[in-house]
Design a protein around this ligand. Structure first.
Ligand code: HDE
Length: 703
């Protein structure tokens, strides 16, 4: 390095002198795409490969003089920086992506020719991105919101993008309504808030005028929109698709992802506090799980049904506001997905990944669902503005892993250098150029007849029966949470007639629910229900729609927090830690200082988090093990009191010793069956596997 005696403005290790220092170099990879890779002894260069001698000082007329325009090193670096951001997604801007694989466990060869669904035991690489919908890319991970569940499967026959959500139905029946829905939910355009929230006037105004949204409203007001972890959500393709077999026969299919860890959600008050304690709560949880080798896994299941069966359903399966109850068409598990590799670079992969529901493989086809049909246009279109070029498929995360070739050429950021004079098909001049093949994608031959027009089928008219089905299928605590969520949201709505209109719709869903919400927002008299376009039916309850019913009796994937201070009982802390680890949980030690504590036995215990920055909302269950003097010291510490009070208020199991008992008392907690002596680790673990639902009425007013 040729640095003379110039003050560099920084202290740096000399890369070029250190034998084993890794450098970042831009090198050609595979002769086609260029990527940044770690290399040894690489010089820092400009993008033109010119070695850079000084990366700390711009070129100036003299040491205190003006900067010179001639400084191409500075200009190139700053220009590139100025253009680092690309437009964020208009929806689903905030997301977390992970690589993994899909493995088929049962063949669907009777139904489809798609190799990914017929080759049992084959592993197919996937990239899965889970997102929130309404907030910007930098918004919190835990708003009350739907989660996008987008999976790119790099199959041998091309990429298949299954772009779904964690809720099996949607707000609207027709794609033409989507921009209005999104404009209504996004921050209000004059004031620029609220960010990532449905709890405001424009959203509920739009919804109150859109009865077809009522089923989805039940889902978004349920705890499904408050997932404990992205590893504990279901995924749904939502729309009906077709599977097409070798004989050209079609079977309708709905796609499902079911988390191995079961479903679990947080409590609303807890969710709000998590947003402050850790805005990256879900991304961090996923990162830590994947890095620790606790790879999230989902079962892949299908619901298969024929046109004849569909004709007998009391709803239209082409209507995306309807689901097919599992009790009517059972789920058949045919595969699994494991996410086992965190991306190397967030921008290159998670930000640049481009999902399109129109990316299908031979043997799978679309249905006429009018929402799906609109999506088939939208996603390709949005990638063009977001990624800026029709060559987005050449980015490594988007490129198929099977060979691909055609005569599409040129355009912005073309990374390929095709050879030869033929850029068309058919051609006789290049015998080896890419040709059509009989094995290629062929659309199912469907017979369509009817009058052209902007019409909605009568079979789409029933907007309330499945909303009622969902609400009535819930457990009592879950029903209470739905009612309370509606009260919370409508309490943020300033316009009285919007509140009234919403309660009017709820009368069709369930009069008891309407009563609870009306009372919660002090609405008197009860509004009148709007006319319903179709008779509201009572359907058989579907327990599969619950969360509590689908929580697994396990601590796997969960986290136990243990609060200790100087003088705490080390043996008790170690016994609880071991019991939690044995049950499959992770354990984090929380202490007043991050350096850890000196236990009663004189041993040092390292801390994972400092008390003020590690509240109990970050854990599924907690233990509070305090020495007598430590307990007294923490009584003046609001973070400690909140730690105890919130753990109790969020219905968690709490293990305590005598010091912990003192803290609970100051926190105003009256112990119940979920507060367990630290000397009984087994009982604590059993209680930690669930929430203390019975406790809830004693800690907050619910609707
Ligand atoms: Fe999307 N949606 N969407 N959507 N959607 C987008 O595409 C759109 C809908 C979903 O992780 C956009 O690449 C329309 C239903 C996910 O990158 C955009 C309609 C479902 C993601 C778009 C819908 C989804 C998106 C924005 C009504 C569940 C994130 C950026 C017809 C089945 C994918 C982008 C990722 C993203 C349009 C409705 C799921 C603008 C027009 C229903 C998971 O193209």
């Amino acid at each position: 390095m040729s640095s003379k005696k110039k003050p560099s403005g920084t202290i740096r290790a000399s890369r070029h002198d250190a034998e084993d220092s890794g450098g970042d170099a831009i090198v050609p990879a595979g002769g086609e795409l260029h990527q940044v890779v770690a290399g040894k002894h690489e010089m820092l260069t400009t993008n033109q490969g010119v070695p850079v001698s000084d990366n700390q000082n711009s070129l100036k007329g003299h040491s205190r003089g003006p900067t010179l325009l001639e400084d191409f090193v500075l200009r190139e670096k700053i220009t590139h920086f100025d253009h680092e951001r690309i437009p964020e997604r208009i929806v689903h801007a905030r997301g977390t992506g992970v690589h993994g694989f899909f493995e088929l466990t049962a063949s669907l060869s009777n139904y489809t020719t798609a190799r990914i669904l017929t080759e049992v035991g084959e592993r197919t690489e996937v990239f899965t991105r889970i997102s929130t919908v309404a907030g910007g890319a930098g918004s919190i991970d835990t708003p009350r919101d739907v989660r996008g569940f987008a999976v790119k499967l790099y199959t041998k026959e091309g990429n298949w993008d299954l772009v779904g959500n964690n809720i099996p139905v949607f707000f609207i029946q027709d794609a033409i309504k989507f921009p209005d829905l999104i404009h209504a939910v996004k921050m209000e355009p004059d004031r620029g808030f609220p960010q990532a929230a449905t709890a405001h006037d424009t959203f509920w105004d739009y919804i109150s005028l859109t009865p077809e949204s009522m089923h989805m409203v039940m889902w978004i007001m349920s705890d499904r929109t408050l997932p404990r972890s992205l590893r504990m959500i279901e995924g749904f393709g939502i729309h009906s698709f077709r599977l097409v077999n070798a004989a050209g026969d079609s079977t309708f299919v709905k796609f499902h992802w079911r988390p191995k860890l079961g479903l679990q959600s947080t409590i609303w008050d807890e969710t709000v506090k998590i947003a402050g304690a850790d805005p990256d709560f879900h991304r961090r949880d996923m990162f830590e799980a994947v890095q620790a080798g606790n790879f999230p896994e989902w079962e892949f299941a299908v619901q298969l049904f024929t046109q004849e069966q569909a004709d007998g359903f009391p709803f239209d399966h082409l209507d995306a506001t309807k689901l097919i109850p599992e009790e009517l068409v059972p789920l058949k598990v045919v595969g699994r997905m494991v996410l086992d590799r965190w991306p190397d670079n967030f921008f290159a992969e998670t930000e640049q990944v481009a999902f399109c529901p129109s990316h299908l493989v031979p043997g799978i086809d679309f249905s006429n669902d009018p929402l799906l049909q609109g999506r088939l246009f939208s996603y390709l279109d949005t990638q063009l503005s977001r990624l800026g070029s029709p060559n987005f498929h050449q980015l490594p995360v988007n490129a198929p892993k099977c060979p691909f070739a055609n005569q599409q050429r040129d355009a912005h950021m073309q990374m390929q250098q095709p050879k030869g004079r033929v850029a068309y098909e058919p051609s006789s001049l290049a015998a080896d150029s890419a040709r059509e093949t009989p094995k290629g994608f062929a659309s199912f031959v469907a017979t369509e007849a009817g009058d052209k027009g902007r019409a909605r089928a009568d079979s789409f008219a029933d907007h309330y029966s499945q909303a009622r089905l969902f609400y009535r299928s819930q457990t009592a605590p879950e029903q209470t949470h739905i009612a309370s969520a509606l009260v919370f949201e409508l309490s943020k709505v300033e316009t009285l007639h919007v509140r009234q209109a919403m309660v009017g719709h709820l009368l069709h869903v369930d009069p008891d629910l309407a009563g609870r919400v009306a009372s919660g927002v002090a609405l008197d008299p009860m509004p009148i229900a709007p006319p319903a376009a179709a008779r509201v039916r009572d359907m058989d309850k579907s327990p599969a729609l619950q969360i509590i019913g689908k929580m697994k009796d396990t601590l796997e994937g969960r986290c136990v927090g243990i609060l200790v201070n100087d003088g705490s009982d080390g043996a008790a802390a170690r016994a609880l830690t071991q019991a939690a680890l044995d049950a499959g949980a992770t354990v984090k030690i929380v202490a007043p200082k991050v350096g850890g504590v000196r236990l009663a036995d004189g041993k040092h215990m390292a801390a994972d988090g400092q008390l003020a920055g590690t509240p109990s909302v970050l854990f599924d269950a907690v233990a509070i093990l305090l020495s007598q003097s430590g307990a007294e010291q923490l009584l003046k510490e609001s973070a400690a009191i909140d730690f105890a009070r919130d753990a109790f208020g969020h219905l968690k199991a709490i293990a305590i010793d005598r010091g912990g008992q003192v803290l609970l008392k100051v926190a105003g907690v009256v112990p119940d069956a979920g507060v367990i002596p630290a000397t009984e680790p087994a009982a604590f673990i059993a209680a930690a596997k669930t929430r203390q639902w019975d406790r809830e009425p004693s800690v907050r007013t619910l609707a």
